[in-house]
Design a protein around this ligand. Structure first.
Ligand SMILES: [Zn+2]
Length: 106
């Protein structure tokens, strides 16, 4: 199971945005989907409203399946599998390739 958290940097493994990187905006764990900044844009057609008096088309990110993304290791600078080490307070995600700790950005 991919352990993706908010503010992680992930790389797309499939789809039109394959190879693209983005920041995780939110994780929908129960649906196994993640919302990634700048990835999987769709056009939403919206009616005119107070917030958007013109209506029309708005570009918006759509969530992608978790299986289609991979965590980016800051050390390898590439999509990597992560493993978990330690328990409780010392629990950390580390890169399966180089062992570097992967922490979510601010
Ligand atoms: Zn690494």
């Amino acid at each position: 199971m991919l352990d993706v958290r908010k503010n992680d940097t992930v790389i797309m493994l499939a789809g039109d945005d394959k190879g693209k990187r983005g920041r995780v905006l939110s994780v929908m764990r129960e649906r196994n989907r993640v919302l990634v900044e700048g990835v999987n844009y769709i056009w939403r057609h919206v009616r005119p409203s107070q917030k958007n008096p013109q209506g029309g088309r708005v570009q918006k990110e759509q969530s992608v399946a978790m299986s289609n993304v991979m965590l980016v290791c800051p050390e390898c600078n590439a999509g990597r599998k992560s493993t978990t080490t330690g328990t409780g307070r010392t629990k950390a995600r580390v890169c399966a390739t180089c062992g570097h700790a992967i922490t979510a950005g601010k």
